[in-house]
Design a binder for this molecule. Structure first.
Ligand code: TYM
Length: 333
């Protein structure tokens, strides 16, 4: 019996992972694997709510696993699993949907946002998305869920669904807390500085971008203080998204120097960006080295996914047995 409390978090294999995923989510997963029994899912059923190329799905799954591991997840400490490999996720999602009043889902802001982003594909899966997410979390009786700020409404809903289930069938699921960082890295803005960094928008630095690509993206697309037109204009780092990125990647001394030189108009935006690029590249270097090693040993990565999924399956099977008992769905037992 493992005495550690459970946590669950997930990432959709809906494209390459970016520095928002890293700073907002995966980076904080790493220390948690020591104190919790942590399950990290590659949530491919969620990714099906968007149109995708079926030939690419396996590659995306392996890519997500490689990134989880390259960023520091340790399969000896945490469980890395594939959602579609544990059918209990979908089964519990159905049961939870029967205690979820329709208006709760209708008010979820992420549904409205997604429906707006893909108007030709507003499918039921998109609507049920937060219920499946509640199932991911509650299936393992997770007490906490580390996520970026954008997932907060889903966590609020998960607690409400747990409460509704417990009221109807008797106390069973814990109401999981969200673990969201306090800083700006809980919501990393994209290169455009206007919207959250997101795979669906052309505003990302990906975890496998090379130095040249990062330089091109930051210097061409990185939006700075809009009021600063010439190098001789004093800038305001407080409203500069690229300066916010410095707070993620540069040490305190560099941050102070860049801010001061910007305010004093000694440093142009390009100078400041050059320092930023160097520090992003340096931060990503060890991750990319590990990515390369893992990509050369994909059998090992596949084994890690299989073993983790098998462990998750065992826990899920037990939990669903209990759920069937307390909901009276045991006719054939
Ligand atoms: P996904 O795949 O969109 O994102 C994975 C994680 O990355 C965080 N994140 C960000 N954090 C800061 N700034 C950003 N720009 C940024 N972009 C993404 C997300 O908050 C998330 O933590 N619904 C989830 C997947 C999911 C899940 C779950 C999460 C399914 N079941 C159960 C937790 C528990 C999602 O779309 O993540």
């Amino acid at each position: 019996m493992n005495a550690k409390p459970m946590i669950f978090s997930g990432i959709q294999p809906s494209g390459k992972l970016h520095i928002g995923n890293y700073l907002g989510a995966i980076k904080q997963f790493v220390p948690l694997q020591d104190t919790y029994d942590a399950i990290f899912g590659i949530v491919d059923l969620h990714a099906m709510t968007q149109l995708y190329d079926k030939e690419e799905m396996s590659e995306r799954i392996i890519n997500a696993a490689v990134n989880y591991l390259a960023c520091g997840l340790d399969p000896d400490k945490a469980t890395l699993m594939l959602q579609s490999g544990v059918s209990e996720h979908a089964e519990l999602a159905w049961i939870l949907s029967t205690v979820t009043p329709l208006p709760w889902i209708q008010r979820v802001p992420t549904f409205k946002e997604k429906a707006k982003n893909q108007p030709d594909n507003v499918n039921m899966g998109l609507f049920n998305y937060p219920v499946l997410m509640a199932a991911d979390i509650l299936l393992y009786k997770s007490v906490a869920v580390p996520v970026g700020e954008d997932q907060r409404p889903h966590l609020e809903l998960t607690r409400e669904i747990a409460r509704a289930f417990n009221q109807r069938f008797g106390s069973f699921f814990p109401e999981p807390e969200e673990i969201i960082k306090g800083g700006k890295d809980a919501r990393v803005m994209g290169l455009d500085g206007k919207r959250r960094m997101s795979k669906s928008l052309d505003n990302c630095i990906y975890l496998d971008d090379d130095a040249e690509t990062i330089y091109e993206k930051v210097t061409r697309q990185g939006v700075t203080d809009p009021a600063r037109v010439r190098k001789s204009d004093p800038g305001n780092p407080d409203i500069c998204n690229m300066f916010t990125w410095h707070t993620f990647f540069s040490d305190e001394r560099t941050q102070k120097e860049c801010a001061q030189q910007c305010r004093d108009a000694e440093f142009g935006c390009m100078d400041c960006k050059a320092v930023l690029v160097r520090n992003i590249v340096q931060t990503l270097e060890p991750i990319q080295e590990r990515q390369k090693e893992l990509l050369e040993d994909l059998d090992k990565v596949r084994d890690i996914i299989s073993e983790g999924t098998e462990r998750a399956r065992k826990i899920a099977r037990e939990a669903m047995k209990e759920v069937r008992e307390i909901t009276g769905m045991t006719y054939l037992d």
